[in-house]
Design a protein around this ligand. Structure first.
Ligand code: SF4
Length: 351
């Protein structure tokens, strides 16, 4: 009798999408693709993957690169800590691991930015280890097929999924099995209206046979998004403007931004002018203010950013601005890594 893993791998060989990281077992390429694809759809990630591999074809090139160049390439993908962690890991591998990725899960997971999912993917795809991956697609397929009503938000729930996966993973081709089950979730057993009528597993599928497709997998608890209010000041001085690099452990670390005044609610420019930072930026000089205010709402996974951007002109920057901000030519702004939110503002206002 054909086992579940054989049937699944058979399905995969006929239905898989042709993606560049599927032609290789090179752990560097697998790592890059897996990190890019976390929180990113394949269509969007594909271009980033091509550009990444072209710019940083191997771990040594990545390790030697300027982090700002990497962040610029990453611009628009979000979750910038992924890029920063990749840089750290590339340096660790070149300095201490002889340019080679570890070949097992326990060593892989020690590297920065490599969690359970990525360690399992690299160990199985590149080194043929039986380490099942558990992502949203796998979670859904397993939950429906086997009627597992456990949450993946808890370690006990994850353990149940992992144990079942360890029972069924292909012993011969664990990497292909992992890719197959993820692809099956992405193409066939999709969240809404899965293609059950053409499914190989219709006879044995728990959810189908118990009319529980809408109930499985268990829904994730809703995330409470925090509202933040960012007031950017685009200060121009001739053809130049001023930016700073975000250094705190917060969203968008190491990306550039215009001088920012964050407030606890939406406020008007008149109120912003009373802020301490405004006073430091302008002192007694009165900038020329453009009355058009640019506004944008930007949604992140845990935060909702309500942004306003004000355009101001000054004749002469004071000491505070010169000491705390970097002066850049406006036509060079596009070379800096900035959050997607600012990229949109810049396109809207300057280009
Ligand atoms: S029968 Fe439907 S719910 Fe069950 S595995 Fe197949 S596609 Fe998913």
């Amino acid at each position: 009798m054909t086992s579940f893993s054989e049937s699944l791998i058979g399905w995969y060989s006929h239905n898989k999408r042709d993606l560049p990281w599927r032609d290789t077992k090179n752990p560097y390429n697998i790592w890059v693709s897996e990190i890019i694809l976390q929180q990113t759809r394949v269509n969007q990630g594909l271009n980033y993957y091509y550009r990444f591999i072209e710019k940083f074809p191997d771990i040594q090139t990545l390790a030697k690169s300027d982090i700002n160049v990497l962040l610029k390439l990453w611009q628009g993908l979000g979750y910038y800590s992924r890029a920063r962690n990749m840089h750290v890991t590339a340096q660790e591998i070149t300095k201490n691991l002889n340019n080679k990725f570890p070949s097992n899960y326990n060593e892989l997971i020690k590297l920065k930015g490599i969690g359970d999912y990525t360690a399992s993917a690299i160990a199985s795809i590149s080194f043929n280890k039986q380490t099942p991956v558990l992502d949203g697609n796998v979670f859904r397929v397993m939950s429906r097929l086997y009627g597992i009503a456990e949450s993946t938000q808890t370690s006990s729930g994850k353990k149940v999924f992992k144990e079942k996966l360890l029972e069924i993973i292909s012993k011969k081709e664990p990497g292909t099995f992992n890719q197959a089950i993820m692809e099956f979730g992405a193409l066939q057993c999709v969240p809404n209206n899965p293609n059950c009528q053409n499914c190989l597993f219709i006879k044995s599928c728990f959810a189908y046979n118990n009319d529980m497709i809408r109930d499985l997998p268990l829904k994730k608890p809703k995330i409470n998004q925090k509202d933040r209010y960012f007031n950017y000041l685009l200060i121009t001085h001739g053809n130049a403007t001023f930016v700073e690099q975000r250094m705190k452990n917060d969203i968008w670390k190491l990306l550039y931004q215009f001088p920012l005044i964050e407030t606890t609610k939406k406020i008007s420019l008149v109120e912003i002018m009373k802020d301490k930072k405004w006073k430091s930026l302008f002192g007694s000089i009165e900038p020329e203010i453009d009355l058009k205010v640019f506004e944008k709402k930007h949604i992140l996974s845990h935060q909702k950013i309500h942004a306003q951007l004000f355009k101001l002109k000054i004749n002469k920057p004071n000491e505070y601005i010169l000491n705390n901000y970097k002066m850049v030519q406006i036509d060079e702004l596009h070379t800096l890594g900035v959050p997607r939110l600012l990229e949109i503002f810049i396109k809207q206002i300057i280009n």
